[in-house]
Design a protein around this ligand. Structure first.
Ligand code: ADP
Length: 257
């Protein structure tokens, strides 16, 4: 209100300047909304046909007893690329929903010991990497969105696998400190330089193209991690040393009863 009163007595040039500024802000927010809408529409439109393509490819593989090894390999590569793109589109849709405040979390009281065990079992299905599980003796019950927390952990474990040598283990750890529950994903890989650590949660940010090119990610994995964890009331932190490894911690407030 004060600013308004001051503006009434301001010279007309200032008033005009303020008006132009307000118009600029309005246009900027309009174009941001349009951009979001475009991302959302394109993602929707592409996801459906790609899901159909992936379904057909999978049924070809299931019924393809007379496929030659090279045909089988070609279909497997096509399936995995289609699935990777479907996941990328899903990530874009989720981030857009979070930005516009339309993301819904299905919160429930979840047994974290069971959830972490399940995640490690899931990892074994698609990777040979040794994944160690360190749980607490006590059962920890926490209010979270089970599916979204699983996706967060899978994103972090996938990164841990991608950015470390095949003969090093990954550790998934549950800790209880003061009034916090901490879930850690640890690797003994290449680590992340300190000056880059603040940026890795940005959308499409990748530490360097060389290290990432061969690993085929999208640069959205950690943005999803941050968005989901914060949406469930937690925070994410990172501790990493170059050429020694990284620890990603997901921290939730936890009241001792
Ligand atoms: P990407 O799809 O490229 O893996 P992310 O958002 O998951 O995208 O990660 C962003 C960048 O952070 C990656 O490109 C990689 O350079 C770096 N990074 C993520 N996790 C790790 C890790 N565990 N060890 C080393 N670097 C990592």
């Amino acid at each position: 209100k004060d600013a308004h009163i001051q503006l009434e007595n301001a010279p007309s040039e200032i008033k005009q300047l303020v008006q132009t500024y307000e118009q600029m802000l309005f246009r900027l927010s309009q174009s941001w909304d349009q951009q979001q809408q475009l991302v959302s529409n394109v993602s929707h439109e592409l996801r459906t046909p790609l899901t159909i393509v992936s379904g057909y490819l999978q049924s070809l593989l299931r019924r393809g007893d007379n496929l030659t090894p090279s045909q089988r390999e070609a279909i497997e590569v096509a399936t995995s690329e289609a699935n990777r793109t479907i996941q990328l589109l899903q990530d874009l849709l989720d981030l857009e929903r979070a930005d516009s405040g339309r993301m819904h979390f299905y919160l429930d009281l979840v047994n974290l010991n069971n959830l972490l065990t399940e995640v490690v079992e899931m990892t074994k299905k698609y990777s040979d990497r040794l994944c160690l599980l360190e749980l607490l003796e006590a059962t920890i019950m926490l209010t979270v969105d089970e599916n979204r927390l699983k996706q967060v952990l899978i994103n972090l474990i996938d990164n841990a696998i991608k950015y470390s040598e095949p003969d090093t283990p990954i550790t998934l750890r549950l800790l209880h400190e003061k009034e916090q529950i901490i879930i850690q994903v640890c690797d003994q890989g290449m680590g992340i330089p300190l000056q880059q650590q603040v940026r890795i949660f940005e959308r499409f940010y990748r530490v360097d193209e060389v290290r990432s090119r061969t690993t085929g990610g999208s640069g959205l994995g950690l943005s999803i991690v941050k968005t989901f964890v914060e949406g469930m009331g937690g925070t994410v932190s990172i501790y990493s040393k170059l050429n020694q490894g990284s620890i990603f911690s997901i921290i939730f407030p936890y009241e001792i009863k």
